[in-house]
Design a protein around this ligand. Structure first.
Ligand code: AMP
Length: 216
């Protein structure tokens, strides 16, 4: 059975790292709204240009376009046959309600909704120093997980980049947006009785084991 998961958590909690591990080990496709928006920005599409205005300030892209973009991918045949890991979506209760409705329509059930949790000071620490590979998406950190050669990906030798929105002021704004908009999403799934709370301030492998416990 394809695995279908939702990962929820503040920026820097390790959603992207976990989504990549889950794909490697189960084949479920990561669907990361942030990654998709950044690809649209790089391709200079209309959606990318619109999204950039919000992303650069750490604000949320409007619900309408975000919901459309994500539901289209969830409906795709590849995602339906391999399963998916939602990373960064839903981030508002409006998005969560739209997702619930869509999943009911296409008769797909979610195996688990996972809330990844770490203290806020750990997050600020993790985000300052974070770097990603421009090609394969592998994530590094200047002190916790430095690449072997500075600025170069260990896996595919492509250059690494630092995200614009990982600057301290924007990070603070993203954390505020998380508290105001995304914490209610956690309550939404808690009420539905679908939530796993996971301490994400531990090595990635242990976090992974807890996420998939009883599912794979
Ligand atoms: P992320 O890579 O998940 O940290 O997302 C980077 C940025 O993309 C966020 O700070 C938002 O500006 C935007 N974004 C990502 N996912 C969503 C979403 N579900 N709803 C609205 N904006 C989003």
């Amino acid at each position: 059975m394809p695995l279908r998961l939702i990962l929820i958590g503040p920026p820097g909690v390790g959603k992207g790292t976990q989504a990549a591990l889950i794909e490697q080990r189960t084949g479920a496709k990561p669907l990361s709204s942030g990654v998709i928006f950044r690809a649209e920005i790089d391709a200079e599409t209309d959606l990318g240009q619109l999204a950039k205005r919000y992303i650069d300030h750490g604000e949320l892209v409007p619900n309408g376009v975000t919901i459309q973009m994500m539901l289209k991918r969830i409906r795709s045949q590849e995602v339906r046959s391999h399963g998916f890991v939602l990373d960064g979506f839903p981030r508002t209760v409006r998005q969560a309600e739209a997702l619930t409705e869509e999943l009911e329509n296409i008769q797909v059930t979610i195996d688990a909704v996972v809330s990844l949790e770490v203290p806020e000071d750990v997050i600020v620490d993790r985000l300052s120093g974070r770097m990603g590979c421009t090609k394969c998406g592998e994530i590094y950190h200047s002190t916790n997980k430095p690449p072997k050669r500075e600025g170069i990906c260990d896996k595919c030798n492509s250059p690494l980049f630092v995200r614009e929105d990982d600057k301290p002021d924007t990070v603070r704004e993203r954390l505020r947006v998380f508290r105001d908009n995304t914490k209610p999403v956690i309550d939404y799934y808690e009420t539905l009785g679908r939530l796993r709370h996971i301490d994400a301030d531990r090595p990635a492998d242990q976090v992974y084991q807890d996420i998939v416990d009883g599912l794979v």
